[in-house]
Design a protein around this ligand. Structure first.
Ligand SMILES: Cc1cc2nc3c(=O)[nH]c(=O)nc-3n(C[C@H](O)[C@H](O)[C@H](O)COP(=O)(O)OP(=O)(O)OC[C@H]3O[C@@H](n4cnc5c(N)ncnc54)[C@H](O)[C@@H]3O)c2cc1C
Ligand code: FES
Length: 1221
């Protein structure tokens, strides 16, 4: 560990803001940079600083809470959590009465080191002085690229004349992506970032002139200053640019990306170009000996990613104009995620009125996202000239936009109906904005025109990110047990190392001297025969050592975690895009990747190509067996019901998006076929077994070692073995160590994720909503191999009734075989999909009966004694149902709120019975220190921390004497994957068992020396030749379910929870805000409340991503479009509920697991369904405005597109009547 921590590192660790730790150094650096620039930031500054950071584990809340202590808000929740106590101290007053124990803090803020900005290291003076030295041209000639940084404008223009096709690069945030991911190659690059003329900022008569290399951060600062200084009517365009910049990428990108780069990229979804075009900005362009000024109008972008600049021309600057009295300007951006996301539709809208009137003199509307280029709605604008700004104009504009902003049904980017609706909805927002401002301005001049109706005003409000507040409640360890480390919220044992960046992940292992790098060669076809593979170009790339393929496998090419139905390398046939065909081994990763792209494979395409569940149903493409679970008399149940309804739901898949992608280092040991593997995997033993199988050696020759993972979430349970096997085969072939850490796009392409599900159901129910009979058919999209899909489907069926007692029930499940990469385990393992469909029929029943959802839920909820245990709620019924109804009915036509309470019941055990076993090895050294090894792996969930706590309590020694170095197959054999939430239960019991053995052996020495200490007893035993290491073992008793007889006990016990969420939707755009979530989670007697709350919050946020945000998009021929953070959006800091309250259920010991605890990893994920159904509740209110009542289908995730399309109104009708939706 570093000798001195920085407060930024210390606080994230102690506030439990680091789980797997892979994101932690990035977050530390963002916070550090913020504090260096602003030692007393506001919470808003902190949130803004993290716009470009992602964390997949923590749910962000602890990071924000920890860093709130640096802000001038000083750690106060701003009174938001007043009713439950202060958010920072967690000293709650109303939550406990005299019979319960006081609630403790999760961490003690008073322990934090103070931040002293005067002690920070200074910026190196020699670098400062360098910046003052005269500029010189810099040239770097690489293997393939010449990079030149000219030092004057003349030099730049000269170079551009010499190399007209050279790329100018400033921030490289666009060109970098093109070269890395789109395989574009630019042999000459010119870097004009420091040329003074391109960095100019000057006021002109008409506006502000900004050099093309000015960064977006600087542009924002300049415009903010102007807005402060100038009269409001002059800065309408500046405010619109600032609004766009608020949601433009993250701080890190804005700090380097230039305004010229955004214009010249000519992206049809640029955020700034529609604003610049609507504002008629002037652009100055130059070439050697020529300078011209052009207006950004409808001709500036002649085609996709093209401008009218000639090859030898560069953009020098842009002039952003002032506005005048009577001129109004707005800009809007609609994207799937609010923060750091690319737009679906963006626009700039500019209107100027005749003096002292509401008659339009000129109007200019520009859209991005509606064509291959940024476009002007010229026809519509022409129709609005000389018209009064009133309802008739609105109607005319909407009808005209519906015609003019047309898209073909197959337009790139999809979402055609939504995008078209947005053009109208956003204009409507502009209309209301202008109507309001105009009425106020004209009133000052004595002219009265109609203002916006009060119930419409919320549609004009800008989206704000409110500062979050939170509460965490857990039961303190009773007095007198204060030495007992179990139950204490101790920090993740690696958290400090993770915060300093010292924690070692797989790819941090130092390079071996003769090590090589591997890159995968993958199929570009979803279903095809391989006709030939041409590696000649690839082998010519410098540094390439070998191409590895199926013929290099000494053992078996067949692999798979349950059945061997897939290949390590495709031999003659590929069955998905991303199917591994071969691998290149080279001296560097860059050479290996370049060569891999140069391998040419010719295919003979095969039919059918099955991508979706619907394709699979049509082609009857299913893996066997078809599973069925039945209880009661379903036919009779339907007969006895008052009503029957039918419904359907589709739930999209999800990428695990562990921040550390898959990584393996394989080291051949050079004798007896031994191979040592360092792997980021949840399944050390499965990796060992499958590598041994491919290498044709017995398992005892292969060692798999796992120090820690940067996240797993199920994605490294079985799919990691494919890469490990490929790397091991390569290492075996070239007889040298080989390493591969996949890039994000490669990882997403090759590995698959959570199964999409489709369910249809028939429900019989009574007038009061009590469900009497249910028939559900579930289909899961497994991809091209069986992998773990059957168990995942089984779990979905086991959870098809969620927490409800349905007397007559039948569920049938099909595993669809498709041409996608094999889908696999992901936190929840089918359970969330099964329960989500249950909540869909619950929602349909409530809407059909016209009864409140919570009443219908309660009528079917399991009662105490009906299962092993029972659900206990948190007294949520007092929440604001009536307030929400009032909000929706009276005040807000275009903004609606919704509320939902959702229970969960999650079965704990592997459904494959044999996996419910664990081993441990406890070594006691003669100095009293203990080395602990068990079968579980650490992926951020804090398993090792909990296991040290268990050993500490059992042995009666402090945690500091116990150490875990890694998980390895040569210490504990035949380990089960770290999965199914069961690892603390299983490994904890195995450790307990081993420790008990050791305690028995030490007992005589304790008896002899009762006043002695642990070290004394250990030493005495050692000298007495006592065996001081012990194995432990545990298997869960009495498990097993028989699908033939529909009987047995699949789970050891259930974990329960309940959540209530409140949301607000913008009916015009489909955006939503998560206002509030309260969760009560049953974790038994928590082993470590800080870690358990971390799991609850992290799981909840992953569920939030699953049900509201994350969308995998495939082409009809099976190509995954969403292959990185640019296209695939996981929740960001701004997505957490504004108020988040998490309580661990009190007084609920669980006798079936270690120290009365319960499993926690997966169960809380489903509680995010409360957000989905709160959104559905809000949509119901919006539909009621259009007289639409009763059930409606809402598929998951509830994206802005789905929300907007479901809020049917006059605008959606306009698009549909024009478009035949
Ligand atoms: C994570 C991420 C998030 C992003 N988010 C957004 C977003 O929210 N909204 C959005 O609109 N864009 C977004 N982008 C795209 C990109 O960041 C912007 O377009 C940015 O403004 C490009 O600036 P740059 O300086 O990095 O361009 P570079 O990559 O350096 O160059 C881009 C193009 O501009 C040309 N160019 C640059 N300067 C000149 C000049 N003076 N004369 C002629 N040609 C020139 C280059 O040759 C190149 O073709 C995002 C990109 C990333 C990686
Ligand atoms: S702790 Fe943030 S990604 Fe794991």
């Amino acid at each position: 560990m570093a000798s001195k921590l920085h407060p930024v590192q210390e606080r994230i660790a102690k506030a439990h803001g680091s789980q797997c730790g892979f994101c932690t150094p990035g977050i530390v650096m963002s916070m550090y940079a913020l504090l260096r620039n602003n030692p007393q930031p506001s919470m808003h500054d902190v949130q803004e600083a993290f716009q470009g950071n992602l964390c997949r584990c923590t749910g962000y809340r602890p990071i924000l809470e920890g860093y709130r202590s640096f802000t001038k808000d000083g750690g106060c929740c701003g009174g938001k959590a007043q009713s439950n106590g202060c958010c920072m101290t967690n000293e709650h007053t109303q939550e406990h009465d005299s019979s319960t124990l006081p609630v403790q803090k999760l961490y003690d803020q008073s322990e934090f080191m103070p931040l002293d900005p005067t002690q920070e290291i200074i910026f190196p003076p020699e670098l400062m002085s360098l910046s003052k030295q005269p500029q010189r041209e810099l040239r770097f000639a690489g293997e393939r690229v010449l990079w030149i940084q000219p030092c004057s404008l003349e030099e730049l223009l000269e170079l551009k004349a010499t190399y007209p096709n050279a790329k100018l690069v400033v921030g490289n945030t666009e060109v970098g992506i093109e070269m890395k991911f789109k395989n574009l190659f630019y042999p000459v690059i010119l870097a004009p970032a420091y040329i003074p003329e391109l960095n100019i900022i000057q006021n002109t008569q008409d506006g502000i002139q900004v050099g093309a290399s000015v960064t977006l951060t600087v542009l924002g600062d300049v415009l903010r200053a102007a807005v402060k200084k100038l009269p409001a009517h002059q800065t309408e365009v500046f405010k619109a640019v600032l609004e766009q910049l608020r949601w433009f990428a993250g701080q890190q990108i804005r700090n380097v990306a230039a305004v010229g780069g955004n214009i010249m990229t000519a992206s049809p979804i640029s955020d700034l170009n529609p604003v610049f075009m609507a504002a008629s900005c002037k652009l100055t362009v130059m070439s050697k000996g020529e300078k011209r000024v052009i207006e950004m109008d409808g001709k500036f972008f002649p085609g996709y990613r093209k401008t009218i600049l000639k090859p030898e021309e560069i953009l020098l600057s842009i002039e952003i104009p002032y506005t005048r009295k009577g001129q109004y300007f707005s800009a809007f951006k609609q994207s799937p995620r609010k923060e750091d996301d690319i737009a679906i539709v963006t626009c700039g809208m500019n209107v100027f009125f005749k003096e002292q009137s509401n008659i339009v003199q000129s109007i200019r509307i520009s859209y991005g996202g509606m064509a291959p280029v940024t476009v002007l709605a010229t026809a519509t604008c022409n129709r609005l000239l000389n018209r009064q700004w009133n309802e008739e104009l609105l109607e005319e504009a909407c009808t005209s936009l519906a015609e003019e902003m047309n898209l073909s049904p197959s337009a790139p980017g999809g979402m055609v109906t939504y995008r078209r609706t947005l053009t109208i909805s956003l204009f409507y927002k502009f209309f209301l904005n202008v109507q309001h401002k105009l009425s106020l301005d004209l009133l000052k001049e004595g002219v009265t025109v109609e203002d916006v109706r009060p119930e419409y005003t919320s549609a004009t409000e800008l989206f704000q990110l409110d500062s979050p507040s939170s509460v965490q409640l857990y039961q303190a360890v009773p007095p007198g047990y204060s030495d007992d480390v179990v139950g204490q919220p101790i920090m993740h044992l690696s958290a400090l190392k993770q915060a300093t960046g010292e924690a070692i992940y797989c790819d941090d292992i130092p390079c071996y001297e003769n090590e090589l790098h591997l890159a995968l060669v993958t199929s570009t076809k979803a279903h095809a025969l391989i006709k030939s593979i041409d590696t000649s170009d690839a082998m010519a790339v410098p540094g390439v050592v070998a191409f590895i393929s199926a013929k290099d496998i000494p053992g078996s090419n067949m692999t798979g975690p349950v059945v061997y139905d897939e290949t390590v390398f495709a031999d003659d046939k590929v069955t998905c895009v991303g199917h591994i065909v071969g691998a290149i081994v080279a001296d560097t990763q860059a050479h290996a990747q370049r060569a891999a792209k140069a391998v040419k494979i010719s295919y003979e395409e095969l039919q059918p190509v099955i991508v979706t569940i619907q394709d699979a149903i049509a082609n009857k493409s299913f893996f066997q067996p078809v599973r069925s679970i039945e209880r009661g008399d379903v036919a009779q149940g339907f007969k006895d019901s008052d009503h029957i309804l039918h419904g359907e739901m589709h739930i999209g898949g999800q990428e695990q998006f562990y921040l550390e992608t898959n990584c393996t280092l394989a080291v051949p040991r050079g004798e007896d076929g031994e191979m040592e593997l360092f792997v980021s995997t949840q399944s050390a033993s499965k990796t060992q077994a499958l590598v041994a199988k491919a290498l044709g050696v017995s398992a005892n020759r292969v060692v798999c070692r796992v120090k820690r993972m940067g996240g797993g979430f199920g994605g490294k349970e079985s799919r990691s073995t494919i890469l490990s096997t490929v790397v091991a085969v390569a290492a075996h072939t070239v007889k040298r160590p080989v390493r591969c850490m996949l890039d994000r796009d490669e990882d997403m392409l090759v590995t698959g994720g959570r199964h999409p599900f489709f369910g249809h159901y028939k429900v019989g129910y009574m007038n009061n909503g009590r469900v009497m009979a249910l028939e559900v058919t579930l289909y899961s999209n497994a991809g091209n191999s069986l992998d773990l899909s059957l168990s995942i489907l089984e779990r979905a069926l086991f959870h098809m009734d969620n927490s409800y007692n349905i007397p007559n029930i039948r569920g049938t499940g099909y595993v669809c075989k498709t041409n996608l990469p094999s889908n696999s385990a992901f936190r929840g393992f089918g359970g969330p999909q099964g329960m989500m469909i249950a909540e869909s029929w619950m929602s349909d029943v409530a809407l059909s009966c016209g009864l409140p959802a919570e009443e219908v839920h309660t009528n079917s909820l399991l009662l105490p004694g009906e299962e092993d245990e029972h659900v206990q709620g948190g007294g949520f019924h007092s929440l604001h149902f009536s307030f929400i109804n009032k909000f929706n009915e009276l005040q807000h036509r275009w903004t609606k709120r919704g509320l939902s309470i959702i229970p969960t019941k999650f079965g704990i055990s592997f459904t494959a019975v044999f996996l419910n076993q664990a081993g441990a090895l406890v070594l006691v050294y003669s100095d009293g220190s203990v080395l602990l090894t068990h079968g579980g792996t650490e992926m951020g969930q804090g398993l090792h921390t909990k296991m040290v706590q268990v050993a500490s309590k059992t042995l009666g020694i402090p945690c500091s004497k116990i150490h875990i170095t890694e998980t390895s197959t040569n210490t504990v054999p035949n380990t089960s994957p770290t999965a199914a939430s069961a690892s603390s239960d299983l490994n904890g019991m195995a450790i307990y068992n081993a420790c008990q053995t050791l305690l028995q052996r030490l007992q005589p020495y304790k008896d002899k020396n009762p006043k002695g200490c642990w070290e004394d007893w250990v030493k005495a035993a050692y000298f007495d030749r006592v065996h001081l290491s012990a194995n432990g073992f545990y298997k869960t008793p009495d498990l097993g379910y028989d699908f033939e007889t529909n009987s047995g006990r699949p789970f050891n016990y259930f974990s329960y929870g309940v959540a209530v969420s409140e949301v607000e939707i913008d009916c015009l755009t489909g955006s939503h805000k998560n206002l509030h979530t309260s969760i009560v989670m049953d974790v038994g007697k928590s082993l470590n409340p800080a870690l358990d709350i971390g799991q609850v919050e992290g799981g909840f946020m992953q569920g939030l991503g699953l049900f509201t945000l994350e969308e995998l998009r495939y082409s009809p021929d099976g190509y995954l479009y969403t292959r990185g953070p640019g296209m695939y959006k996981i929740p960001a800091f701004g997505d957490i509920p504004i108020e988040l309250k998490v309580s661990l259920l009190r007084d609920a010991p669980n006798e079936k697991a270690i120290f009365s605890s319960k499993a926690v990893g997966e169960p809380p994920l489903f509680l995010a369904a409360s957000v989905f159904y709160a959104i559905k509740d809000a949509i119901t209110a919006a539909r009621a405005e259009s007289n639409l009542t009763g059930p409606f289908r809402l598929d998951s995730p509830a994206t802005p597109e789905r929300i907007r399309n479901a809020c049917e109104d006059k605008f959606t009708k306009l698009v549909c009547s024009n478009f035949h939706c």
